[in-house]
Design a binder for this molecule. Structure first.
Ligand code: FAD
Length: 520
């Protein structure tokens, strides 16, 4: 009756195949073959569904069912299915086309996604290496770029040991005159550094930065040396979770038709066994994915962690597995300027229209409040909630007691709806925020009062020499990285510390060198 052997198909493939069959007898024989073979429930359901459609006259010739349309599109794109950009016509659009011909001219606004381009994921693609976007600012590599290179080096060294397969760390960057920075990336752990030089790229612009990154990742345009890679796309990619890095990471991963785990603070690579039918293709079946990047990110305000995995679907692969990384999460490696590595210049035509915004003049904004460079920082958190104005006053009193101190706050305060009296209100603004999205400080003494110690706060202060925290909760996370932990109410403890500092009972030097008191 039919040559179609369902055993040779996953359920997803079989469903696609069934869409091409309009003969009930043939469908019946497929059903019998399935029952005699693997007898998968979902496969049987797919045949029954098709039989119903044929019997009712739906889904046969002239059918506008989405899956059928998709199959046609898939076949018609042929080689584009190997990862090239494809303009796909959505089924609804096709149906509307004739009506549109007579409709009013398109103002480009009523259907904002009409021109959306789909980039089809590869199937049986070849992926290698860990790519790292190295952000630069004013002619220097950002610290987070070095931190990511250090982590990537560590991961890929471990990868080589675990899989007996050497894959590289590839830095990619762009800017005005950045060849020297590409060489620096080698010193910080990259095996290859791909850079694009253009004076118009001095500052981050998302259109050209996105296009160049995707072009590089697809292996296009590296004219100077094309033989260093022979794969379709990177296996992994890291971006910094900075303002620009967040913007770029989302766009590049969308462009490469993959996913992104944002704001990660830890990464590791290992195998993973899953039973989700979306990933395995069959219910009740387990499948082991190799070389999976596990991307850990803080959730629920930093108190729980999720581990995000980017796994292929049957017939649709998601690479590069991508993450953006919170600055301060990893240590850079000691730079070795004698390390061997390949520096590759990337070339690509950059249309003028990508640079329609021209920066003709710029000015450095007033720095606001600079919290760096002080001997002492007193940081207040949401522990002041019972009386925010009073809490702020107590913090300021303590600041006053030291010679060279400043007041910082957590984001918890910035985003709170606390009402402050006028004389302290200015201290509740974002310019004083410490942490991942605020300032990074490393004073001799950091006094954190009513601060829980979320990871986003920690990365802005844990390089401080001595950390003293005051908290009513003895299991507050900040205790783990404090040198001294005072269990108590800040409304009582802060005045006591202020008094002790003013009377000379506690000297900064004594606290900072560890002889300032007990741990509790
Ligand atoms: C993308 C992103 C970026 C972020 N960036 C930052 C950042 O840069 N900086 C930052 O700080 N946060 C940042 N956050 C927010 C962060 O996750 C936390 O929500 C925030 O740090 C919590 O602030 P908190 O410690 O003041 O408040 P809470 O977490 O509410 O902690 C208050 C603490 O005070 C204690 N307490 C209560 N009453 C008293 C009292 N009377 N005396 C003493 N202790 C008391 C409690 O036990 C508790 O430990 C970011 C979050 C995200 C998602």
């Amino acid at each position: 009756m039919t040559d179609l052997d369902p055993d040779e198909y996953t359920v997803e493939e079989l469903s696609d195949e069934l869409e091409t069959i309009d003969d009930e007898d043939v469908l019946q024989s497929v059903l019998e073959a399935e029952q005699a073979g693997q007898d998968r429930q979902t496969a049987r359901e797919a045949v029954h569904k098709r039989l119903e459609a044929v019997e009712s006259g739906d889904g046969v010739e002239g059918d506008t069912e989405t899956e059928g349309e998709y199959e046609e599109t898939k076949e018609s794109v042929g080689e584009e299915a190997e990862g090239e950009e494809v303009d796909e016509v959505e089924p609804d659009e096709q149906a509307d086309e004739s009506a549109e011909d007579q409709a009013e001219p398109d103002d480009g606004l009523s259907h904002p996604t009409r021109d959306k381009k789909h980039v089809r994921g590869l199937e049986d693609g070849h992926y290698e290496d860990m790519w790292v976007f190295c952000e630069t600012q004013q002619g220097e590599l950002l610290e987070v770029s070095k931190e990511m290179l250090g982590k990537a080096r560590e991961l890929m060294d471990q990868f080589a040991e675990d899989y007996e397969d050497e894959e590289r760390v590839v830095a990619f960057l762009m800017g005005d005159d950045c060849e020297g920075l590409a060489e620096e990336c080698i010193a910080y752990g990259a095996d290859v550094a791909v850079y694009h030089d253009d004076d118009r790229l001095e500052r981050f612009l998302h259109k050209p930065y996105t296009e160049i990154s995707a072009h590089m990742a697809r292996g296009e345009g590296s004219t100077e040396s094309t033989d260093w890679r022979d794969y379709d796309k990177p296996r992994y990619v890291l971006f910094p979770a900075t303002n620009n890095g967040r913007d770029l990471s989302a766009k590049v991963q969308a462009e490469l038709d993959s996913g992104l785990a944002s704001d990660c603070s830890d990464l590791f690579i290992e195998e993973n066994e899953v039973s989700n039918p979306v990933k395995t293709g069959e219910p009740g079946v387990k499948k082991t994915f190799q070389k999976v990047l596990h991307m850990k990110r803080p959730d629920f305000s930093g108190f729980e962690y999720s581990t995000i995995l980017c796994l292929d679907n049957p017939g649709r692969e998601f690479h590069p597995q991508g993450a953006s990384v919170i600055p301060g999460s990893f240590e850079p490696m000691e730079p070795d300027h004698d390390r061997d590595g390949l520096v590759v210049e990337h070339e690509m035509e950059l249309p003028e229209e990508w640079f329609r915004v021209e920066i003709t003049e710029y000015d450095q904004l007033e720095a606001g409040v600079d919290l760096t460079g002080h001997e002492v920082i007193v940081c207040l958190g949401r522990g002041i909630a019972d009386d925010p104005t009073k809490g702020m006053e107590l913090g300021l009193d303590l600041v006053e007691a030291f010679e060279n101190a400043e007041l910082g706050i957590t984001r918890g305060i910035v985003t709170s709806s606390y009402e402050f009296d006028g004389h302290v209100e200015e201290y509740s603004k974002e310019v004083r925020q410490i942490g991942e999205t605020g300032q990074v400080v490393a004073p001799d003494l950091y006094i954190a009062a009513g601060v829980s110690g979320a990871v986003q706060h920690k990365v802005g202060m844990d390089e401080s020499d001595t950390i003293v925290s005051v908290n009513t909760d003895p299991s507050a996370r900040i205790r783990d990285f404090s040198d001294y932990f005072v269990e108590g109410d800040l409304f009582e403890v802060l005045p006591e510390i202020t008094e002790a500092v003013e009377s000379g009972e506690i000297a900064l030097e004594a606290v900072a060198d560890g002889s300032g008191g007990d741990d509790e």
